[in-house]
Design a protein around this ligand. Structure first.
Ligand code: NAD
Length: 329
């Protein structure tokens, strides 16, 4: 297939574009910042740019991953989130329908399931989050606009029959968390693979499977994350004393962690459950917490990317233009 991939210069795009090509697809990349896999440079918020991307002809499928995301809240106004995440998605859906594409995959986020109450973790049990969770009350403009974009995907499926899969993806970024500083970056990522993270390779793989399955599936919203080792019945136990549950499941985990100066999490306040994605599109992340422990046991490199220096392409471009404006070279 000839696939239009938005966000092709980004962290996900740089893994997904080569993966799609290895599957025999042709990729047309669209991004507001230049990159090796980006042929069309411009904003998805600009309908003319989207139409220019489709004008190459023969686009069979769209993967829409371009977005302003959570760290961008500090750098961009609310209106920019509406323009990029909502209008941008509408531009792509409209043009995709006019072009008669056979499928549309939208990269959404588990973050839109996190209300202020879930974030505050005041409950006595971990919040168990899957596609049935609700009512949804996203706590910031990122979540609000991603939820709106999901709604647009839904109505384009209903009104135009466009096969569409929405992937509510958990964290896969390589940089440090923008709010948490403890524990250290690698330790935090390893801990998060228990309940709220996956590798970028697994995230890319979910997109490939969604593309394959969309025409048969019709419309779906799917949570995409590494499979948690806990059962839903343990939501209370992991909130009360996560270490005790982890020790039971992985008896050598604590020793392996201490040898590296790492700490297991004391409490876990939320779990993303990706089991529906496995049933519907056959997606199961390859890298989970057990794979991290295997690597630690074998003294092998960690099976996930960690790069505290990573800066998103859009932010790099913005920072460069600010420096230029204030005369820093
Ligand atoms: N990184 C994560 O942990 C994570 C978690 C959940 C969901 N997501 C979603 O995954 C997708 C990809 O994220 P990423 O981690 O690759 O981020 P990224 O910032 O590395 O890449 C996003 C890309 O989108 C591009 N972009 C931004 N505004 C644009 C516009 N107006 N028009 C065209 N391109 C534009 C940027 O230039 C960038 O290359 C996003 O939709 C994000 O919301 C990411």
């Amino acid at each position: 297939m000839r696939i239009l991939l938005t966000g092709s210069s980004g962290w996900l795009g740089r893994y997904l574009a080569p993966m799609l090509r290895r599957q025999g697809h042709e990729v047309v990349g669209l991004d507001v910042t230049p990159g090796d896999d980006t042929q069309v440079t411009g904003s998805v918020a600009d309908l003319a740019t989207v139409e220019r991307a489709f004008s190459v002809g023969g686009i069979d499928a769209v993967v829409h991953a371009a977005a302003l995301h959570k760290p961008d809240i500090a750098r961009h106004p609310t209106q920019a989130f509406i323009d990029v995440n909502v209008t941008g998605t509408l531009n792509l859906l409209r043009t995709a329908v006019s072009a008669g594409v056979s499928r549309f995959v939208f990269t959404s986020t588990t973050s839109l399931m996190i209300s202020q109450a879930i974030r505050d973790e005041a409950s006595s049990a971990a919040a168990w989050l899957d596609e049935a969770s609700g009512p949804l009350a996203p706590r910031n403009i990122y979540g609000v606009t991603k939820l709106a974009a999901e709604g647009l995907c839904r109505i384009f499926h209903l009104e135009h029959g466009l096969p569409c899969i929405v992937l509510r993806t958990s964290r896969f970024f390589p940089e440090d968390d923008d709010t948490l500083t403890e524990p250290s970056g690698e330790n935090l990522k390893a801990n998060e693979l228990l309940h709220r993270r996956l590798t970028v390779e697994d995230a890319a793989c979910a997109h490939v499977l969604a593309l394959d399955q969309a025409p048969a599936v019709g419309f779906e919203v799917l949570v995409i994350s590494a499979p948690p080792p806990f059962a839903r019945a343990e939501a209370g136990a992991i909130k009360h004393d996560a270490k005790a549950v982890i020790r039971r499941l992985f008896p050598d985990a604590e020793a392996l962690f201490s040898a590296r100066g790492w700490e297991l999490p004391k409490r876990i306040g939320r779990v993303y459950d990706p089991s529906r994605a496995e049933r519907v599109i056959g997606f199961r992340a390859e890298t989970d917490f057990a794979v991290v422990l295997d690597a630690l046991r074998a003294g092998q490199p960690l099976p996930f990317a960690h790069d505290p220096t990573y800066v998103s392409p859009l932010e790099r471009r913005r920072a460069t233009s600010v420096e230029r404006d204030v005369g820093v070279t």
